[in-house]
Structures are given as C-alpha cells and as structure tokens.
Design a protein around this ligand. Structure first.
Ligand SMILES: C[C@H](O)[C@H](O)[C@H]1CNC2=NC(N)=NC(=O)C2=N1
Length: 98
C-alpha cells in the first residue's frame, strides 16, 4: 500500500481523475468556490474524510481558492492511498465549485 507509483502509473490513474495534475511533489487539484466560507466548508469536509482514511492532503487556502496536494509523506511519493484520497476529494467537491 505504501509503494510509490511510477510517474507513468500515476498518469494512467490521472486519466480517470480529471482536474488533477502531477508534479514531483505529488498530485494536485485546485478548486474555486463561491466564497471563503464555502472554501472553508469544503476543507472541513475533506478533513473529516482524511481522518477517516488516516491519510491527509496538503491544503492551501487563498480566499475562495483551495488547492489539495496528495502525496504520501512517509513513502516520499504518490501511492495508491493518494489516488484513493484524490477520488474521495473529487466526490466531496462534486458540484460545489463556482
Ligand atoms: C500514523 C499515521 O498513519 C501517519 O502519520 C500518516 C498520517 N497521514 C498521512 N498523510 C500523508 N499524506 N502522508 C503520510 O505519510 C501520513 N502519515
């Protein structure tokens, strides 16, 4: 589970994860909400899921724009846990973007 995926394997997974991009630091998705409180609400829902999965995204909040980065810190790269977390974030984001 903690095995680091190759860039190619991540790219294949990203084919099914529209909106995500890959760089050496992980996979990232940026979403813009309608307001700052909505951005915080999204982060709060993602936080609950991260606790459930015991796997946590790096999160950057700038007014109503939120960037999630998924990388397994202990493994030093992207693992299946990050792909799963990204899918869950997509479910939560759903239609909440601006
Ligand atoms: C003990 C616990 O499982 C670890 O500290 C987890 C918590 N959440 C984590 N999240 C992420 N993204 N990477 C980790 O290595 C990590 N480690």
């Amino acid at each position: 589970m903690a095995e680091v995926l190759t860039a190619e394997a991540v790219r294949d997974e990203l084919g099914g994860l529209a909106g995500w991009s890959q760089d050496p630091a992980g996979i990232t998705r940026t979403v813009e909400l309608a307001s700052f409180p909505e951005a915080i609400g999204l982060v709060d829902r993602v936080a609950a899921t991260a606790e459930e999965l015991d796997h946590h995204p790096d999160i950057d909040i700038r007014w109503r724009t939120v960037t999630f980065r998924c990388v397994t810190h202990s493994a030093g790269g992207v693992t299946r846990r990050d792909i799963e977390l990204a899918r869950r974030i997509d479910e939560i984001v759903g239609g909440t973007t601006r």
